[in-house]
Write a new protein. Structure first.
Lengths: 334, 65
C-alpha cells in the first residue's frame, strides 16, 4: 500500500473542506426565503415607487437572469471562484473582492490588537494565577476572569457603548474613522482610527479572561502529573518546574484552541461591528444578508472559511514543531 | 522547548494568517482609501510579531532556562 505523506493528505483535506463549505454556503444562501430582486422591489415600494416600475428598475439594476437554473448558477459560481472572481455585489454595484478588500483591514485592525493583547495578557495572568494557586491574587483574578468570561462580548460592548460613549462621551458612538479629516498618514486621521477602534478592541479583550482561565486550568492539570512529582522528588526548584515542565505542557492545548478561536472571532465580528456600526467584514456580511446580496454574502463566507482553514492548516503543519510527539505524522492537531 | 519558544510559534502562525489576509486586501483595495492607511497600520504589529517570533525561534532565546 502506497503511503502518502501526511502533509499532502492534510492539504487534500483542506481543499476538500474549502470546496464543501463553499458548496454548502451556496446551497444555504439559495435556500433562504426571499431573493435580491424581492428585497430591492420592497425597498423601492417603501420609497413610494410604483410596483411595476420598481420591478423594471430592479431588473435593470441587477442585470441578472432570475430564471437561471440553480445548477447552472452553481457551476458559474464555482468556475468564478476558482478564477478568483467573487462576482459583483447586487446592492453596492461594486466587485465583491474590492468591497471585502476595503473592509477586511478594519476588521483585522481590531482582531489583531485584541488577539495580541488577550493572548499575552491571558498567558501571563494565567501563569501567575496557577503559580500562586489558592492565594488572594488567584482568587481575585479567577473571580474577575469568571465574571468577564460569563458576560457575552456583545453585552459588554453594549454596556461600554452606553456608559463610555453615550453617558461620558469619551469615545465615538459609531463609525470607524473620523469625519472631516482627509484619509492619509496624518496624526488626526490615525488617532481618529485608534479612537474609533478602542471600544471594539476593549470589548473583545473579554477573551483574555477566558484565556487566562484556560492557562490556569492547563497549568494546574499539568501540576498534578506524575512526572512533576518525580521532578519534585529529584529536588528541582519551583522556578525550574514551573518554567521547564509546567508552562511548556500547559501552552500546548492552548495553541490549537487559540487558532480555532480565530474563526469564532471572525463570526463574532458580525455582531460586534453591528453594535459599533464599525464597517468591517462583519458589518458588510449582515448588510448582505438583509439585502439578499448573494455574491457579497457568499464572498464573505468564503473569505472567513479560507481564513479558518488556513489557520487550522498552519496549526496542523506546525504542531509537530511545538510538540515533538506528533512529529511522525498521522494525527491531526485538532 | 519552553514557554517563550512555544509562544513564538503561535504568534508566528497567527501573524502569517493576518499577513495572508492583508495581502488579499492590498491586491484589490483602492489606492486612495482609508482602508489602505489602516491596512498599513495593521501591518506594523503583524510584521513586528513575525520578525520578533522568528528572531526568538532562530536564536533559541529562553530567558527562564
Amino acid at each position: 500500500m502506497v503511503s502518502i505523506d501526511w502533509r499532502i493528505r492534510r492539504l487534500g483535506q483542506t481543499v476538500f473542506t474549502v470546496w464543501a463549505v463553499t458548496t454548502l454556503s451556496f446551497v444555504l444562501v439559495r435556500l433562504m426565503p426571499g431573493n435580491p430582486m424581492g428585497a430591492m422591489v420592497r425597498r423601492l415600494e417603501r420609497q413610494g415607487v410604483n410596483p411595476v416600475r420598481a420591478r423594471e428598475l430592479v431588473s435593470l439594476r441587477l442585470n441578472v437572469d432570475p430564471n437561471q437554473p440553480i445548477p447552472i448558477a452553481y457551476m458559474n459560481y464555482m468556475v468564478d471562484m476558482v478564477q478568483g472572481n467573487l462576482g459583483v455585489s447586487t446592492y453596492y454595484s461594486d466587485p465583491v473582492s474590492v468591497i471585502l478588500a476595503e473592509a477586511l483591514p478594519w476588521t483585522l485592525f481590531v482582531l489583531s490588537w485584541a488577539t495580541f493583547i488577550s493572548f499575552f495578557v491571558g498567558i501571563a495572568v494565567g501563569a501567575l494565577m496557577a503559580y500562586w494557586e489558592g492565594g488572594k491574587l488567584d482568587v481575585g483574578l479567577t473571580s474577575w476572569a469568571i465574571l468577564m468570561g460569563s458576560i457575552p462580548f456583545y453585552v459588554l460592548a453594549i454596556l461600554m457603548l452606553i456608559f463610555l460613549s453615550y453617558r461620558f462621551g469619551w469615545f465615538p458612538t459609531g463609525g470607524k474613522q473620523p469625519t472631516g479629516v482627509t484619509a492619509g498618514f496624518n496624526w488626526a486621521y490615525i488617532s481618529g482610527i485608534i479612537h474609533h477602534a478602542a471600544l471594539p478592541v476593549g470589548s473583545m479583550l473579554v477573551a483574555s479572561g477566558v484565556a487566562s482561565l484556560g492557562m490556569r486550568g492547563n497549568s494546574i492539570r499539568v501540576l498534578g502529573s506524575d512526572y512533576l512529582r518525580v521532578a519534585r522528588l529529584r529536588g528541582l526548584s519551583d522556578a525550574t518546574i514551573s518554567t521547564q515542565y509546567v508552562a511548556r505542557n500547559a501552552v500546548l492545548p492552548m495553541y490549537t484552541e487559540f487558532l480555532i478561536s480565530i474563526g469564532q472571532m471572525f463570526g463574532g465580528s458580525i455582531v460586534l461591528e453591528q453594535v459599533f456600526q464599525y464597517r468591517g467584514v462583519g458589518w458588510y456580511m449582515l448588510s448582505a444578508l438583509n439585502q439578499r446580496d448573494y455574491p457579497l454574502l457568499m464572498g464573505g463566507f468564503v473569505l472567513i472559511t479560507l481564513a479558518v482553514v488556513i489557520a487550522l492548516l498552519i496549526a496542523d503543519l506546525t504542531y509537530s514543531l511545538v510538540d515533538p510527539r506528533v512529529q511522525e505524522g498521522g494525527n491531526d492537531a485538532y | 522547548m519552553g514557554l517563550i519558544q512555544s509562544g513564538a510559534r503561535t504568534v508566528l502562525g497567527m501573524n502569517v494568517l493576518f499577513l495572508l489576509l492583508l495581502g488579499f486586501s492590498f491586491l484589490f483595495m483602492r489606492s486612495d482609501s482609508g482602508a489602505r492607511v489602516v491596512a498599513q497600520l495593521t501591518l506594523i504589529p503583524v510584521v513586528l510579531g513575525i520578525v520578533a517570533s522568528i528572531a526568538v525561534l532562530y536564536t533559541g532565546w529562553e530567558p527562564f532556562e
